[in-house]
Design a protein around this ligand. Structure first.
Ligand code: ADP
Ligand code: MG
Length: 173
């Protein structure tokens, strides 16, 4: 028999997961080991195949010199998704995809087979030990701002683009 309505808990009356409004989020992708372009293509496919995530736009690929580190050039891109996942759940999924790509973190700014950053999650501002949104360093990184401006120009202020204009970021061949 169904429980009487007054016996329901707050959790039961909250909107169920499947009616959560999709949020527009942006993910930055980077890789500079192995076959970076292939890593990015595989990562985009993994993101697109995630339940609760619909990939709705992808930038072109860009090549950039490593910041504060050595190693080969990075290949970078940004994708737009509509998602019903929470920001922490989306980050957890991105980290699982990084792990599948064989990512290790031997030291800060080490070369990596795949780096996935949650850049923007709707208009949310999140500050927690494991997740900061907007991504705290995106405003200084041309390799993030250029591909983001390509698919979401309204999310990138002109003065930010001008501030990073000296950084070397080129279309990936
Ligand atoms: P970066 O991407 O700045 O080069 P890392 O990928 O090595 O650095 O940093 C990963 C750590 O950053 C993770 O432990 C993760 O919890 C944390 N982090 C905080 N905010 C974000 C975010 N918006 N996107 C991705 N990782 C984040
Ligand atoms: Mg990262």
């Amino acid at each position: 028999m169904a429980a009487p309505i007054q016996a329901r808990t707050a959790a039961q009356t909250a909107a169920p997961e499947h009616v959560r409004e999709p949020v527009l989020a942006y993910i930055g992708l980077g890789a500079n080991l192995g076959d970076p372009a292939a890593s990015l293509a595989a990562a985009m496919a993994a993101i697109a195949s995630t339940p609760g995530v619909t990939l709705t736009a992808r930038s072109a690929l860009y090549a950039s010199a490593p910041v504060d580190a050595g190693g080969p050039d990075y290949v970078n891109a940004v994708v737009q998704v509509h998602t019903v996942l929470t920001a922490p759940d989306l980050l957890a999924r991105l980290q699982a995809i990084e792990l599948q790509a064989g990512r290790e973190r031997p030291y800060r700014n080490a070369p990596r087979t795949l780096d996935l950053d949650l850049l923007l999650y709707g208009d949310a501002h999140i500050t927690s030990p494991r997740l900061e949104v907007p991504h705290p360093r995106m405003g200084e990184r041309a390799f993030v701002l250029l591909p983001l401006a390509e698919i979401a120009p309204q999310r990138v202020p002109q003065d930010r683009l001008q501030a990073v204009a000296g950084q070397r970021v080129n279309p990936y061949p």
